[in-house]
Write a protein that binds this ligand. Sequence first.
Ligand SMILES: C[S@@+](CC[C@H](N)C(=O)[O-])C[C@H]1O[C@@H](n2cnc3c(N)ncnc32)[C@H](O)[C@@H]1O
Length: 325
Amino acid sequence: MAEGLPGGGEAAAASVAGCETYDACFDLGHRFRLFDRPGTFRVSQAGLALGDHLVRNVRESELAGRILDIGTGSGAIALLLRALGATSIAATDISASAVSTARQNELENFGDSVIDFWHSDLFPGAEAGHRERFDLIVFNPPGWRSPSELLKAELAAKRHSLDLEAMFYGDSVLLRFLKHLPEHLAQNGRAIIGLNSLIGIADIFGRSRSTDRPVNDATIHARLLERHEFPLLFYTEEWLQVRSSLLAQFEQGRHDYAATYVTKGNTIHWFYEITEVTVTEPATPSLVSPIGDHAAASARLLPFAEMAAAPARALQHSGPEPLAG
Ligand SMILES: C[S@@+](CC[C@H](N)C(=O)[O-])C[C@H]1O[C@@H](n2cnc3c(N)ncnc32)[C@H](O)[C@@H]1O
């Protein structure tokens, strides 16, 4: 495997029905054999970290409720939720080939089909006006912003083993996700999303509070749950080939929207910030209290705007303040 390309899970194993496969291994022995197909995002270190967080933290009440995995890719997170005991899971992806691979991965690993896989933009059936609410929404979104004009031109000349949407356009996707989240979270529901610090996390939440406000005049609350540091991966050969333009975009992002990373030797290290997102609507402030389940409830529910000023009891997102390291 070329340096800088992903090695999610364990090394590729023997082929299943003539296709290359690999194993994605999560905490507590949850292990899935997944097809490695062009057009389907291969589970990365970030996806594994998100899955491990769910293994340790998903609540019984959430497993008993309705769950949505957005941007399911290989389906690994949806499969993990099923293995953890969830019985009512929907999963979406904008990539038709990802949806078909995810369906096959469920069949291969469980022997039957229980998960509702949708070829949809963010929320299931949104294009057809389908509107459903979920107790838990999990989203490991594309981690990079929309490609610069230079990058787009360079990439246009190359073959595409993976659609750009697998890793680019994370800014617009996240803003649309936050905007419409109030229509899709059940009362007391929450979303757990994995944010890449290269995207400029504080800037995204800031825009969601100002120019790209959520529907229903709702307020988005974000609480950082875990931060991981990972070396940059390029995911595909063609993205590795445009490495210098990609790095230039990240460098520009430092100035334009506080993209955050550290450089160690020749390698960029970025931060993966697993974040809980909840919503309150103006007419229902009493919905706030049941979400918190311990004394730190007030910290959990701070709107992101207030988090920057919050004392050290809450982890803080990577943002304009420089990070040590
Ligand atoms: C970083 S990958 C994560 C894949 C998988 N959840 C994982 O953790 O391995 C992001 C996924 O989001 C999908 N995606 C991007 N934009 C989307 C959208 N608007 N609606 C649904 N899925 C989207 C991509 O096709 C890709 O499969």
